[in-house]
Design a protein around this ligand. Sequence first.
Ligand code: PHE
Length: 351
Amino acid sequence: MNATEWKEKLSAIRDSFSVSINNVQTENPEAIELRFLGRKGELALLLRDLKDIPIEERKALGALGNTAKEEMMVRLGALKGVPASAGPAAKPNLDLTLPGWPFPKGTLHPLTVTLNRMTECFAKLGFSVAEGPLIEEDYFNFEALNFPPFHPARDMQDTFYVDVKDASGKDMLLRTHTSPVQIRTMKNQEPPIRIISPGRVFRSEAVDASHSFAFHQIEGLYVDKNVSMADLKWTLEEFMKDLFGSSAKVRFMPSYFPFVEPGAEVEVSCVFCRGKADGPRCPVCKGTGWIELLGAGVVHPNVLKACNYDPAKWSGFAFGAGIERFAMLLFGISDMRMLYENDLRILKQVQ
Ligand code: PHE
């Protein structure tokens, strides 16, 4: 097609458009719009043919085509009762004063809200976020964390193994805790290190009100010169006060994890009954006034060595907490299963 033919075709289209407009009783405006201005309408197809026409002429023809299109839109708009100034895109009889459709609004999941709050508290203390894979090597999940092969402490965590071998020929596993991220981070960075690492973990456990086979933890690791148990205690105390209010207290009970020494079970003063012994027995702390919330301790020298850190020069603390447990305390949820059932009555109460 050359330029002259193209122009003739355009004027033919305009003519038949006019005929259609004048016969609007037999052809409705929508059908006319589709036929001439639709994506595969006559005008669109003609504009596509422009590509075969030499560039020097193409520009002027394109402008002609566009003017024709605008004209048609205005005429169609007038037909549909839309003032020309409103543009043909506006719908006829559109009443902007009518109330809109109610749009159900989503909310963040209680676990996400909890995690965000926890992350914010640690961010204020200078911790940044690190992540690691869910399918992990025995080396990162156990060995580098000072669990020797066949060590009974491996039984503390009922492990799901995967039918895939790692480079050393061992079965891969679903990580049983977020502690492998400690190793991955130390192997990739020089101290000082100050990270938290939230994420999903897996254990072969029966589901009940406080257990699940897939849940979430947040790990913390701080490595620097002269880091001590006192730094750990201060950090966790600041964190708990920020999260639960300034009256929250923290206490440490001796405990054992292969990758820390000394190790502790950290408890927070009951945020519900505030440890009052005289009232009715608090169901959350069982009347003890304390709630067990996380495991923690001073990083074991063997762990530092596995990451090529000199234990004479560097020391650190680590902690790990279940996020579900915090969510249950923050939002008064008594059964962990409620967090996974997607009942909107539970999900909506957390904003
Ligand atoms: N990884 C331990 C667990 O899952 C928690 C922990 C983390 C304990 C860091 C001490 C230090 O139980």
